[in-house]
Design a protein around this ligand. Sequence first.
Ligand code: NAD
Length: 500
Amino acid sequence: MRPPGIEPGSHFQYNLNMKIAVAKGDGIGPEIMEAVLNIFKAGKVPLQYEMVEMGKWVFDKGFSNGMTPEAKATIERLGILFKGPMETPKGKGVKSVNVTARKTWNTYANNREFQTLHGVDTVFSKAGIPIDITVVRENIEDTYGGIEHMLTHDVALSRRFITRPGSLQVIKYAFEMAKKKNARRITCGHKANIMKITDGLFLECFYEVAKDYPELKADDVIVDDLCMKLVTRPDLFDVVVLTNLQGDIVSDLCAGLVGGLGFAPSANIGDHICIFEAVHGTAPDIAGKNIANPTALLLSGLAMLRHVGLTENASVIENALLYTLEQGVHTGDFGDKSIPSVNTTQFADAIIGNFGKKPAVGAKEIIPNKPGTPEPLKLELNPMMVSVETGDETIVGVDLFIESDEQPVAIAEKCKRHAGVKFNLTNISNRGTQVWPTGSIYTNLVNQYNVRFESINDEPLNQQDVIGLYVSMSGNFKICSFELLNAWGDKKAYSMAQGQ
Ligand code: NAD
């Protein structure tokens, strides 16, 4: 868990002239980063930049995680990374540097703000429906562990991790942020009706944390229904918190509501390190042409300025940006086509030329900068996140995932011979659907079954019992993987098959 006394982002109160790490990125990255840093320079933002080497060309130099050791050390020393989009080389078996960075430094909350921008026409702005939604996406867990295996030639498995401490971390951040934002409502998006254990745990954590924030209206919506509601009545939503993959999809949906990826900023918040970047990628189709829209990266940079206490600089620049958009100045990807578009440099120059001006709609209050004392965190050991264990855990069975192209009845007959005196064969399922002892001839089968053995009379088992069964079964079947069936007291810590 978080070290005692450390709240999310609490050490990000820095002295004037603090240093941050900057990675320009690939594709349009260098162009839009240059535009944003020029705006910061003209806005007298009191930051110094230490450039770090990350991205495709670093992969190409042979660094398999997409960053040099010096870059890693610099980011860990400075605590803030402002980055352009980065490309992951295809087909080389390397993992995305963007995901690696978020996961390595435990930037557990991905915060994305989507607001109607006056001058950026969308169906909602034309209909007079205002949007101000913040999506908080869990950033570390879920299928993004990328732990995948082929169990047979036909069957692929992805492991989806949802943890209690990981969920609490991001949900607490979301509630704190909602409180600071004076939000009316905080909504948990989930699929706990289907993924009862994983999304069920996330939802349980959400309502556990909600108890500490009685002033906030907390509710939950199933994610498919949430998507429908977001595109019909986005004005009803305020802060939405989701697990990683669902959050990824919902946040891009929200980007579409406010004008597309060119207007979607993102902050990856951790206790020690934060990463600020645009949601969009490297846009290889327009790279090198100086025509990309730098707004999303600029908005990400403004979130970074506010995060480190540079609230006045952020508001001055944001007002100039909003004024510029209101004037109809636009890059080629948005805006009124009857007004000629400008290029990236000209767009940045227009913003610089509008410093001191206020937009007619949505002007930001100028709040004096609040720089504080830097407290760089030096960790000796990896922080361990564990919840209190109840102590009444027992093993009550095992699921063995076997490869077979036989019919369920034939498999059951063989399995029963291995059950011995401690186990009962209770269920065989195929792709999660029960095919033995009941089932339908119309259920299609693949060559991988889940065979469930449970203890006789609920007698507690030990790991040796399970290994004995595994060894015995391996005489008949190729076992692809197995999972223990745990119970905490009366509570079963595993799912039932469809139809069981
Ligand atoms: P993309 O976001 O790069 O581009 C999608 C479309 O949006 C393209 O037509 C592009 O021209 C346009 N677009 C994106 N940003 C724009 C901007 N600022 N101004 C104007 N138009 C813009 O998505 P993609 O094509 O799927 O991905 C390209 C590469 O980016 C891939 O290698 C991908 O892995 C990487 N990527 C990186 C990040 C990141 O660094 N965080 C995020 C997403 C994708």
